[in-house]
Ligand binder design. Structure first.
Ligand code: PHE
Length: 343
């Protein structure tokens, strides 16, 4: 009688494993897939484990030993194949992970964009610096202002058109109507500063001002001014001209010519507009004049002993004159491409 264990037994589940498992192991695409195949083929519930458990039922010792050898041979052949495939897959997966995580240390770095001061702020800083160089100090004041400081203390009569709501942005604040407003110029600081300080006064005041204007090429509803005030004994219109001409040469170049054209402001008398010759034409730079004695009286300064001059200029306007900008809106746009041109 031939040894039944040497015959292919169609009912033997190990035969099926023997023929199909090696191909499945080779075909596994991932370590996880291979782990599952391992459990199925040589794990504790696998046909191999079941066959081992069945060995005790074989009575003939030779047959039992043969069957045991057959099982072990298959088990170790499959385990070897699994280990080999696992090593292959693990190194392939590692290669992929390394490729994905690769850092190109030779790639150029990403540049961090550096911010800078806005052209308007830069212009104001520069103007203030010029006056500080002439011995002035700097002060700032409130943007929400009372109608007293914005108008009355500056000798602007209650009938003056700038007080109209069409020009002035009033705030719904205070006891009476039209008592609080957004300052329409930085001039209220003239009165505030004199109230707080004994003469002599040499001060510049940069700050925001507001008017009920629609934005166009030459108007912004929010703009910036630099106010100046000099009060001392014996200050003359000559001092005004000399100071403001020196400023214009410092700001626009030492060859800059200026001229003074008579004008009217309630808080200065006489008043003028200073124009400068730039880019081939005369351009208005600022309003100015000798402090009106009525303003001294409002703040308790003695108009018989003191005299002085005041001036007010728009930072947007001066930046435009300096850089040849023709549309004021570009200064409010915050378009970085425009602003970068004036760095
Ligand atoms: N406050 C004036 C304006 O806004 C400018 C000015 C200031 C004129 C000081 C004279 C003196 O137009």
């Amino acid at each position: 009688m031939t040894d039944p264990t040497n015959l292919p037994d169609p009912m033997d589940p190990l035969d099926d494993l023997r023929t199909s498992a090696p191909a499945r192991i080779e075909a596994a695409e991932t370590v996880a897939e291979l782990d599952a195949i391992e459990v199925e083929t040589v794990g504790r519930q696998s046909p191999i484990a079941l066959a081992r458990r069945g060995l005790g039922a074989i009575e003939d010792p030779d047959a039992r030993r043969n069957e045991g050898l057959r099982i072990n041979e298959l088990a170790s052949a499959l385990s070897d194949a699994i280990d080999r495939r696992r090593a292959e897959l693990a190194s392939a997966e590692l290669a992929v992970a390394l490729a994905e995580d690769r850092v190109d240390v030779t790639a150029p770095g990403r540049r961090i964009e550096r911010g800078s001061v806005h052209l308007i702020q830069e212009t104001m800083d520069e103007i203030v610096d010029i006056f500080v160089g002439l011995g002035y100090t700097m002060a700032t004041g409130p943007e929400a202002e009372s109608e007293f400081y914005n108008f009355t203390a500056l000798n602007i009569p209650s009938t003056h058109p700038t007080r109209l709501e069409s020009d002035t942005l009033y705030l719904d604040y205070g006891e009476e109507q039209e008592e609080v407003l957004l300052r329409t110029h930085t001039s209220p600081m003239q009165a505030r500063y004199m109230e707080e300080h004994e003469p002599p006064v040499y001060v510049v005041v940069p700050g925001r001002a507001f008017r009920a204007d629609v934005m166009d090429a030459t108007h912004l509803p929010v703009f910036h001014q630099i106010e100046g005030l000099a009060v001392d004994e014996n200050i003359t219109f000559g001092d005004l001209k000399g100071t403001l001409a020196a400023f214009a040469k410092e700001f626009l170049g030492s060859e800059t010519k200026v001229k003074f054209i008579p004008h009217y402001f309630p808080f200065t008398e006489p008043s003028a507009e200073m124009h400068a010759y730039a880019h081939g034409q005369w351009l208005e730079l600022m309003g100015c004049g000798m402090v009106n004695p009525a303003v001294f009286e409002h703040v308790g300064y003695d108009p018989d002993r003191l005299s002085g001059f005041a001036f007010g200029m728009g930072a947007e306007r001066l930046a435009m004159v300096r850089h040849g900008i023709t549309d004021m809106r570009t200064l409010a746009d915050a378009d970085i491409r425009v602003l970068e041109q004036y760095r």
